[in-house]
Write a protein that binds this ligand. Structure first.
Ligand SMILES: Nc1ncnc2c1ncn2[C@@H]1O[C@H](COP(=O)(O)OP(=O)(O)O)[C@@H](O)[C@H]1O
Ligand SMILES: [Mg+2]
Length: 226
């Protein structure tokens, strides 16, 4: 459902993504693993169109390389960036609804998707009326996931969602991802992480990114043959 062909991206004169050629199938759960600075964020931003790149990106077999970035979420792509700021002037629920408004979804569809987000993250329903300014960093990650769920009907990309989460919240977050997977078997997930152990047992495919190059990999600890 997503394919990259000869994708290269540079920032200034420095190559950041090099000759990326891979495709991801519908319903796959892909872990994109790489240390800090490897290019994970740049890769997700390139797919969203925020970073300029050469080569071709195809979605459902059609090139989206020339598609205006704000139109891409309309394909059914939800994206939770690393730095997920909430608007403190809005409630938690209003923050979740923002992408739906930007995409001009009608009321019925918006409500349907909000219910989907609350099914995955029931704790957010309890917090719906709180100001976005009062949620903790960890809860902010949950809200960022809910936001991504509003538009991510086909593909959801989460950039280091576990980063900075206390262990209990990280477990809760992983549980929410499993609920999402159980309730929606066809959505494609791409989750970046620097620590492979966090996605073990969850991802069914691993891509390793190192200095801007992507290769197939494994989440198993080195030295095991599992
Ligand atoms: N806006 C930018 N200006 C200059 N260099 C950048 C910028 N964004 C990212 N980089 C560089 O691109 C490389 C990849 O960064 P990034 O995609 O953020 O990696 P990751 O998300 O895996 O930590 C790093 O070397 C980083 O320093
Ligand atoms: Mg990053």
């Amino acid at each position: 459902m997503l394919e990259l062909r000869d994708v290269n991206a540079s920032i200034g004169n420095i190559p950041i993504l090099r000759n990326l050629n891979f495709s991801i199938d519908e319903a796959q759960t892909v872990a994109l693993i790489g240390r800090n600075g490897a290019g994970k964020t740049t890769l997700l931003r390139t797919i969203m169109g925020f970073t300029r790149a050469s080569g071709d990106i195809l979605f459902d077999g059609k090139s989206i390389t020339a598609m205006h970035p704000p139109k891409r979420p309309g394909l059914g792509i939800g994206y939770a960036p690393e730095d997920r700021r909430l608007f403190s002037a809005f409630t938690v629920e209003e923050n979740i609804l923002l992408p739906a408004q930007a995409a001009r979804l009608d009321k019925a569809e918006t409500n349907r998707r909000l219910e989907r987000a609350y099914t995955v993250l029931p704790e957010l329903r309890e917090m719906a009326d709180r100001s976005g300014g009062t949620v903790s960093g960890g809860q902010g990650k949950m809200v960022a996931l809910a936001r991504a769920l509003m538009l991510g009907t086909r593909l959801i990309m989460l950039d280091e969602p576990f980063q900075g989460l206390a262990p209990a919240l990280a477990q809760r977050y992983a549980e929410a991802l499993r609920t999402l997977r159980d309730t929606d078997r066809s959505v494609t997930l791409m989750i970046t992480e620097s620590n492979p152990s966090l996605l073990r047992g969850f991802a069914d495919r691993t891509l390793v990114i190192e200095r801007g190059e992507v290769e197939e990999g494994s989440l198993e600890p080195e030295g095991t043959n599992a």
